[in-house]
Design a protein around this ligand. Structure first.
Ligand SMILES: *Cc1c(COP(=O)(O)O)cnc(C)c1O
Length: 346
């Protein structure tokens, strides 16, 4: 194919599982559906949508409601078509050709994809055997290599581990680069650093409604930062990037924010149930998780993955590299967790 960019000739797209499974525990989604009262309000919101008009270009209403939900003010916020889009917007804002971007290994693979699409070079920083960061080495590598952006998720996907707040602030303080802290799962952990935004000139925080809030279907994420970085990032934001339906449906949920915390509590309770079940299974190692999923280590990950698939259960199987012997399993409903545990104990 002669028209494709040279550097994308051998590029593999992010492949999403299309097969149907009875039980999906592979994408870290919430297993909870919203109740009828919320669904009714969503229908009303849908009917009121001006389908002939472009959406509010800045999604101002949901942005303000989200800041309310976080309990913060005086920070700048950008809504994205999922936080995925915001990762791409960040890469497009800051990267010249061949600029270096640091990510942890393992961490969320899309940091690498969007870096490459923006013609940057990714450098992977290996986590230690317990999936912790050697903070001084990381800072040293960042500054030595003239890294432009560091992306890191905490809690980390896929390890479920966290970077402690003082380590995080040390990294932000001492790295001569933009630091993007992706808090996609932070509600399950409880300690966010959103209050630190205006204390740093290089901090960007990403959040999403796809995980704890349970709205993966409508694609909505947020970028939080100081006003100076905001003005630069805004240059790379597509106008009208968040559609009106998403804005209107998310408004309903954010106007009823008590239900979000109730749902998180239900998920955390179910996480305990899954954990106690997993602990009883021989020959697997479970890593401590601050999130809504568990990373487990087992010698026969491929065999277990096949067995689960045959039983209609999809978990995340990595199949290669450092995570060859690992599976990532997110918390499901009680019935789903029981089905999973039944197959695993065989
Ligand atoms: C799921 C996930 C995202 C993507 O979230 P969307 O808002 O649905 O695009 C971002 N970062 C991490 C670490 C994730 O696991």
């Amino acid at each position: 194919m002669k028209y494709i960019r040279d550097d994308l000739k051998d590029f593999t797209p992010y492949l999403v599982e299309k097969k149907k499974y009875d039980i999906r525990l592979d994408a870290n989604e919430s297993f909870l559906k919203y109740n009828n009262e919320i669904l009714q309000k969503m229908c009303t919101a849908l009917l009121k949508t001006d389908f002939n008009r472009y959406p509010d270009a800045d999604a101002s209403k949901v942005c303000n409601l989200y800041l309310d939900y976080l309990g913060i003010k005086d920070v700048s916020i950008i809504a994205g078509n999922g936080s995925d889009e915001l990762i791409q917007i960040i890469a497009n804002t800051f990267l010249n050709n061949n600029d270096k971007v640091m990510m942890l290994d393992p961490d969320f693979s899309m940091y690498g994809v969007y870096t490459k699409l923006a013609k940057g070079n990714i450098i992977k920083f290996p986590l230690d055997d317990n999936f912790n960061i050697n903070v001084d080495t990381l800072i040293n590598e960042i500054n030595k290599n003239n890294v432009k952006i560091l992306f890191l998720s905490t809690p980390n996907n896929p390890t479920g581990n966290i970077t402690k707040q003082d380590d995080l602030l040390k990294i932000i303080n001492n790295s001569n680069c933009i630091v993007v802290v992706d808090e996609a799962y932070v509600e399950f952990y409880g300690e966010s650093i959103v209050n630190e935004i205006n204390n740093y000139d290089n901090l960007i925080i990403l959040r999403t409604l796809s995980k704890a809030v349970g709205l993966a279907a409508i694609r909505l994420g947020f970028l939080l930062t100081n006003n100076e970085l905001y003005k630069q990032i805004y240059k790379a934001k597509p106008p009208f990037n968040v559609n009106s339906i998403t804005q209107n449906l998310a408004t309903v949920v954010l106007e009823n924010k008590d239900i979000i915390q109730e749902n998180i509590n239900i998920i955390l309770k179910e996480k305990e149930f899954l954990y106690s079940g997993l602990k009883k299974i021989n020959d697997i190692k479970i890593y401590k998780s601050y999130s809504n999923f568990f990373l487990i280590e087992c010698d026969n990950a491929s065999y277990i993955n096949n067995l689960l698939e045959t039983n209609g259960i999809k978990v995340r199987y990595f199949g290669k590299g450092r995570l060859k012997n690992y599976l990532r399993i997110n918390v499901g409903s009680r019935e789903e967790n029981i089905s999973l545990l039944n197959v695993l104990s065989r």
